[in-house]
Design a protein. Structure first.
Length: 291
């Protein structure tokens, strides 16, 4: 067989993988577009749902008019597009994850499939859990904090020397409000990926429970900085985010330790682990072999 034939044979699998990847990407894009079109047709109810935390916070302050304004003529259209993009991603994500699994699964062994599939399922679940926490807990507190800077105005005095007080009333932009709400939802959704990410890294041997415990003080500083960046200057909201993310960090340490325990048990069953050795892979060598 000639060298050109060897090259053609080695290139064939690569071409097949690229063709398979193209097919999966096309299916994923179609699912995203379908979800986007569906959400565009019902963007008003979705927008009403997303404004519920703001309207509730204003109602508690006795403000019955929960209105947002359009600063620019085209702003309403871009609000609908933003909602459609977010909704299309949410609706299409299960099918997109399925296409990702269909592309990756043929190249995995049976034990690797059993290890990868739980993370593929738990990742969107944790994201939705974080998004729900942000929407139902964090945003009401944040909006109540922002609305606290309003003040009622008074009329100018009738020549008796008294000056009127300028009113500060909330007249928010619909697009700005939507951007802020999506920022909260996405930020908390990503923060709730921490246990999934660290557990997956622990399963791959990239991190250990002991190592995560040793850098705990640095993790605390990082979480404090994260809370200051993704939340408003509201101490209560920042404390909530810190407590939640730090709790997820401690849960991650427990999950990584559980992964390590299972790995040690498996190595012990296969005869590669010796309790007297620090390194389980060194158990098969005696002292003479090491000299």
């Amino acid at each position: 067989m000639s060298t050109s034939d060897d090259i053609d044979d080695s290139a064939a699998p690569l071409i097949e993988h690229l063709a398979e990847l193209r097919t999966r990407l096309i299916h994923s894009v179609i699912a995203f577009i379908i979800g986007m079109v569906i959400c565009f047709t019902i963007w008003n109810p979705i927008f009403n749902f997303l404004t519920h935390p703001l309207c509730s916070a204003m109602a508690e302050r006795g403000q019955e008019d929960c209105g947002l304004i359009l600063i620019k003529l085209q702003e309403g259209f871009f609000v609908a597009i933003s909602i459609s993009l977010l909704g299309g991603l949410v609706l299409g994500f299960p099918y997109i994850s399925y296409q990702l699994w269909r592309f990756v699964a043929p190249g995995l062994y049976k034990n690797e499939k059993g290890a990868f599939l739980p993370f593929l399922i738990s990742s969107p679940l944790m994201f939705f859990l974080g998004a729900a926490f942000a929407f139902y807990v964090v945003t009401p507190l944040a909006f109540d904090f922002f609305l606290g800077f309003q003040q009622a105005g008074t009329l100018v005095g009738d020549g008796d020397g008294e000056n009127g007080i300028a009113a500060i009333a909330f007249q928010g932009s619909a697009q700005e409000y939507l951007s802020l709400t999506i920022k909260f939802i996405v930020a908390f959704g990503l923060c709730f990926q921490l246990p999934v990410l660290l557990t997956l890294m622990g399963k791959a041997g990239l991190v250990s429970a002991e190592g995560l415990g040793n850098v705990r003080k640095y993790a605390v500083v990082g979480i404090l900085l994260l809370a200051a960046l993704v939340t408003p200057p509201d101490v209560i909201t920042q404390v909530i985010l810190f407590v939640v993310v730090y709790g997820l960090y401690e849960i991650s340490i427990l999950l990584v330790r559980r992964v390590e325990t299972k790995r040690e048990a498996k190595l012990r069953e296969e005869g590669y682990y010796d309790d007297e050795d620090e390194d389980p892979m060194m158990a098969e060598f005696d002292e003479d072999d090491l000299k």
